[in-house]
Write a protein that binds this ligand. Structure first.
Ligand SMILES: Cc1cc2nc3c(=O)[nH]c(=O)nc-3n(C[C@H](O)[C@H](O)[C@H](O)COP(=O)(O)OP(=O)(O)OC[C@H]3O[C@@H](n4cnc5c(N)ncnc54)[C@H](O)[C@@H]3O)c2cc1C
Length: 369
């Protein structure tokens, strides 16, 4: 059995953000994850507010910088949102994750692969876990950053939640017969939208539905949509759920803290998840470093409030189509809309909440919420 200060399960956006902060503070960190055979299904759009959260520049893996976004119901009713400064950069998720892993490694975090976690036991002072390969590890805290399916959540017998769902694929540039530019198309699917994102040598095309069950975006539907908008079928099609249940979920159990999609930190309206993953990974690390595991839900309380508000917005926005698209278009440029990629007007509560908690709360040994 090897001993670590912290074990992180999951080596993607939340896991790497947590590992970076912990390792930079001198903690012995082990990150365990599944072998990355294929990049995680993701459009790889990183908003301005997410860019500002990284501890390092992700410039080496940026494929395109976007300052114009077409929004509406295509093809007849669309409008361009033009920002004075770029509001989003485009990355390939496999490249972005590998880059973040390298940054955490440079801080001193250790990475290892596993096919999964076999068992988890915790007592008042430590956690012991065994992998499917039979390797055994002990740590004083564990961060479950293992995505929307969160095998750790399942292993602990925690409640499962249904969030959003999305499917994506790629069309090489030389196969495009047309491309309108970066697009959010609210006529593409019930309860969601279709997207076209530029990625250098290809365009990423996808369908998002804000809550499972309203519609199920499948391969055939995506193929039809891609042929309609781009004149070609997408390659490498993959679908995946998004964790949008932060307002309802338990965020920790004893010495185990959930971060990223495992905690449900993705916003429900458009499915932007990278920001919440990085934020919650960093806050989980900061709660551990402050010896305040029990206070982690309070550290995330600001973001949780924002996510509850955005969930209410999604609940109103999608059933009111096409009226809501018109309202959105009429208000494009106003702070609440341009603020979405940069941080909502009621935002930044998370950072304020974190600062408040780090200075004020009494340390408790472990967490039960
Ligand atoms: C189709 C699609 C498009 C999207 N587009 C965008 C976008 O453009 N912009 C945006 O901001 N968000 C987007 N999202 C949301 C975003 O991808 C997620 O919110 C984000 O990836 C969450 O990061 P995470 O680190 O929490 O989890 P994940 O990225 O899901 O990573 C989970 C990690 O856990 C590991 N893991 C899983 N199971 C185990 C196990 N049993 N043992 C060990 N390790 C395990 C995995 O290997 C992986 O390393 C999209 C989502 C989808 C599905």
């Amino acid at each position: 059995m090897t001993k670590w200060d912290v074990v992180v399960i999951g080596a993607a956006q939340a896991g790497c953000a947590a590992a970076w902060d912990l390792a930079a503070a001198g903690q012995r960190v082990l990150v365990l994850s599944r072998p990355a055979e294929q990049g995680k299904p993701c459009a790889g759009g990183v908003t301005a507010k997410a860019l500002n959260r990284y501890r390092f520049s992700i410039a080496p893996v940026v494929r395109e910088v976007v300052s114009t976004l077409w929004v509406g119901r295509f093809p007849s009713d669309s409008q361009a949102l033009q920002a004075a400064s770029p509001f989003c950069v485009m990355t390939e998720r496999a490249e972005l994750d590998a880059f973040c892993r390298q940054q955490a490694q440079e801080q001193g975090a250790h990475f290892a692969e596993t096919r999964g976690i076999q068992s988890l036991h915790q007592n008042g002072s430590s956690i012991t876990l065994t992998t499917r390969e039979g390797d055994c590890f002990q740590a004083s805290a564990l961060i479950a950053a293992d995505g929307a399916h969160s095998p750790v959540r399942k292993l602990l017998g925690e409640r499962r939640y249904a969030g959003a769902v999305a499917i994506e694929g790629c069309v090489p540039r030389d196969q495009l017969s047309r491309y309108p530019g970066m697009t959010l198309d609210f006529a593409a699917i019930k309860g969601g939208y279709g997207w076209l994102f530029p990625k250098g040598d290809h365009v990423n095309v996808g369908l998002y539905v804000w809550r499972q069950g309203i519609a199920s975006p499948g391969r055939e539907q995506l193929d039809r949509y891609s042929r309609q908008q781009l004149g070609a079928s997408p390659l490498g099609v993959q679908g995946y759920p998004l964790g949008t249940w932060l307002p309802h979920a338990r965020l920790c159990q004893g010495r185990i803290l959930f971060a990223g999609d495992a905690a449900g930190s993705t916003e429900a309206l458009l499915g932007e998840g990278i920001y919440g993953a990085v934020l919650s990974g960093q806050l989980a690390a900061q709660a551990i470093l402050a010896g305040q595991l029990a206070s982690y839900p309070q550290w995330l309380a600001g973001w949780r409030e924002e996510m509850a508000t955005v969930e209410q917005l999604a609940r109103l926005f999608y059933p009111l189509m096409p009226l809501s698209t018109r309202i959105l278009q009429r208000n494009m440029g106003r702070p609440w809309w341009t603020g979405l990629p940069g941080g909502l007007p009621w935002g930044n509560a998370s950072a304020a909440g974190a600062a408040r908690q780090s200075s004020g709360d009494k340390a408790l040994p472990c967490c039960s919420r």
